[in-house]
Design a protein around this ligand. Structure first.
Ligand code: PXP
Length: 253
């Protein structure tokens, strides 16, 4: 009997965001938990990458984390960062596999929305070009908005990560109509991005329940997930927490 493989689910990937493991460390200024050990466990558990957000205020990830992971991790590293001269210099020096450009405000609890690629075009042109000149994959973190996606394409970006924070917030309130609306916007954005040749990713606020409708959506390639995995790892261990999420993403869950 022929086995028919659905390539669209096989090619889906999970990048585990380690920011909140670093948060646990930073609240006590200890040397543990080790992010390099965590990245190794993520790899064994079937993750496809690890993500770090080096924030301007260094509230969780430190420069040394990026350097150490760059030296030791077998998984590709995605660096999330604001498009500032300081961060650009760090990215060009450490050369992660990919950079996701995000908006950043010091006061925010977490990234609160997508980047305004249309409004920030002038600022983004040299940043995208410098990153690409070093062979770094460039991704923009955007709202599921067709104009923004079109701009990512015209800037020469490789991929887009769609901001799923608003979807996740409405999910927590069980707002069915709003959830459907978000999913429909995401679907349209994915279709547009795919037509333009962009790799379409998603992330922010995703957990073991709200990932399911997104994992079923054709065309989404990579999911960037942190908080829910690190929280679940407190109960079941990191390897199981990552494996469960990887399975859900690949529709084995
Ligand atoms: N993607 C981006 C661009 C983010 O800023 C974050 C949070 O750092 C994530 C994904 C991961 O979000 P969460 O921790 O809610 O899974």
């Amino acid at each position: 009997m022929a086995v028919i493989l659905d390539k669209s689910t096989l090619s889906r990937s999970l990048s585990v965001n380690l920011d909140h493991m670093a948060t646990l460390r930073q609240v006590r200024q200890t040397n543990y938990p080790s992010l390099t050990t965590a990245a190794g466990i993520c790899e064994v558990a079937g993750a496809d990458g690890v993500t770090l957000h080096l924030r301007e205020d260094r509230r969780h990830i430190q420069d040394r984390d990026l350097e150490l992971l760059r030296e030791t991790s077998l998984l590709p590293i995605t660096l999330e960062m604001g498009s500032t001269p300081e961060m650009l210099a760090i990215a060009l020096k450490t050369r992660p596999h990919a950079v996701t450009l995000v908006p950043e405000r010091r006061q925010e609890l977490t990234t609160e929305g997508g980047l305004d690629a249309v409004g920030l075009e002038k600022q983004l042109v040299p940043v995208v070009s410098d990153l690409k000149s070093k062979g770094i994959v460039v991704c923009l973190f955007l709202e599921p908005d067709v104009d923004q996606i079109q701009k990512a394409h015209s800037l020469g970006c490789d991929s887009v990560e769609l901001h799923t924070g608003a979807y996740a917030l409405d999910w927590e309130q069980s707002r069915t109509q709003a959830i459907e609306k978000h999913l429909s916007r995401i679907e349209i954005a994915v279709k547009k991005g795919t037509e333009l040749g962009l790799q379409m990713n998603a992330g922010h606020g995703l957990h073991y329940q709200n990932i399911r409708p997104l994992a079923a959506l054709k065309g989404l390639t990579e999911f960037s997930i942190g908080h829910s995995i690190i929280c679940r790892s407190l109960f079941v261990g990191l390897e199981k927490a990552v494996r469960e999420m990887a399975d859900l993403i690949r529709e084995k869950g």
